[in-house]
Design a protein around this ligand. Structure first.
Ligand SMILES: Nc1ncnc2c1ncn2[C@@H]1O[C@H](COP(=O)(O)OP(=O)(O)OP(=O)(O)O)[C@@H](O)[C@H]1O
Ligand SMILES: [Mg+2]
Length: 373
């Protein structure tokens, strides 16, 4: 199960809550997360920095209604560690593997190149998908500004190393490992010579050498990326699309749903997180409650509170107006949607997570239903 959505909408929170919900149903769940909030990890009794699979203490889970057969394992996906193990698997021999792992450019590509984090999250899922220890794997996708970046990651990553520009560059590399300016057009040679003056001697050779190395394992790599991309389109994969009532986030999630359809997949559920409550502000009640709290002689405070309450009610109304634009998509796909309210503070303890789990399991609105309570 993949939780997808644009940055900051609540993918990590939803993933953790879904994992808890499934554990509560007695499933053995693995939650693969990219950026667990430190406080959330701590409240699950986990060490934040670890990239090992960590089993959440059963006694903690029992407190929030998880039966003995339900388990929750959480693993933080680290981009570099996952990339290293991929190179380990694909490199034909130890010498070549070490040459790649020790190259400075590899360090850049394996940590900073756009798309690497997304791709490595998929890799981890691919690697673990047949693992008999788990009934369900939930993948919390990385914080991309744009949800579509996630689906495009394998092609983007492969494309970055297999682009015409890179092939052109590799052409200029002699078998000796030195750059040869004979094999390329004169204008190219001038450009490369100019470049090496700027970057210092040896740098371009390092770049070209690395690309040659990575190309040697590349046949395997492209195949692997294709297999990973194909696995994400399998019938055993479900997409949970997460959004907030923010118009931009909604637009993004609709784009993503359409993109899934264009690739013969479909969204399986929508989660609308951080919905503001709908209510009618009651000026009289503000006045009586403030008076009861001893603020009767502070008319300025009473006015401010009334105004704040009116603003909050307006947010609630606006959210419902914005969410109307999502309704046709939900109806069209005929899938469920769950609305999660905005909590008074960040979601970092087991109790709040458990509350969201209950909502995810229980308060499903039928397709096309409105959010109005
Ligand atoms: N319903 C909610 N009410 C209040 N706070 C929330 C709610 N849902 C999430 N949060 C808080 O909002 C912040 C962002 O949530 P989360 O980390 O789950 O988003 P994300 O989509 O994973 O973000 P990123 O794209 O950066 O990975 C967190 O601090 C989380 O505790
Ligand atoms: Mg996140």
């Amino acid at each position: 199960m993949l939780c997808v959505g644009c940055g900051g909408v609540g993918k990590t929170t939803t993933s953790a809550a879904l994992a808890l919900a499934a554990a509560r149903q007695g499933k053995r769940v693995l939650c693969l997360t990219i950026d667990p909030a430190r406080r959330l990890a701590q409240s699950l009794g986990l060490e934040w920095a670890s990239t090992e699979a960590r089993v959440v203490e059963p006694s903690l889970l029992a407190r929030v209604g998880v039966p003995a057969e339900g388990t929750l394992t959480i693993m933080r996906v680290d981009t570099k560690t996952t990339f290293d193990s991929l190179v380990n698997q694909l490199a034909p021999d130890a010498e070549r593997r070490d040459r790649i792992l020790n190259n400075v450019l590899y360090r850049y590509i394996s940590t900073s190149l756009a798309g690497t984090q997304e791709y490595m999250a998929m890799e981890k899922l691919y690697e673990l998908r047949g693992d008999a220890r788990y009934d369900l794997i939930i993948l919390d996708t990385p914080p991309t500004a744009n949800a579509l970046d996630f689906l495009d990651a394998p092609e983007r990553l492969v494309g970055a190393i297999d682009s015409p520009a890179i092939r052109w560059f590799v052409q200029a590399l002699e078998s000796s490992g030195r750059l040869s300016f004979n094999l390329v057009a004169k204008s190219t040679a001038v450009l490369l010579k100019g470049l090496s003056r700027v970057t210092g001697s040896g740098f371009l050779e390092q770049v070209a050498g690395f690309i040659k190395e990575i190309n040697a394992v590349f046949g395997g790599w492209r195949q692997r990326a294709d297999a990973v991309a194909a696995a994400l389109r399998g019938p055993d994969v479900a997409y949970v699309l997460v959004t907030t009532p923010d118009p931009l986030a909604i637009r993004e999630v609709i784009f993503f749903a359409e993109r899934l359809r264009s690739e013969r997949m479909r969204p399986d559920a929508f989660v609308v997180n951080r919905v503001n409550p709908k209510f009618t502000p009651d000026d009289d009640r503000v006045a009586t409650e403030l008076a009861a709290a001893g603020f009767a002689n502070d008319p300025e405070l009473v006015d401010k509170c009334k105004e704040a309450l009116r603003d909050a009610a307006k947010n609630g109304r606006m959210d419902r107006i914005h969410l109307m634009s999502l309704e046709p998509t939900i109806e069209d796909f005929g899938v469920g949607m769950v609305a999660i309210p905005t909590f008074a503070s960040d979601v970092y303890d087991l109790e709040a997570l458990s509350e969201i789990s209950t909502m995810l399991l229980g308060e499903q609105l039928p397709a096309g239903a409105s959010l109005a309570p």
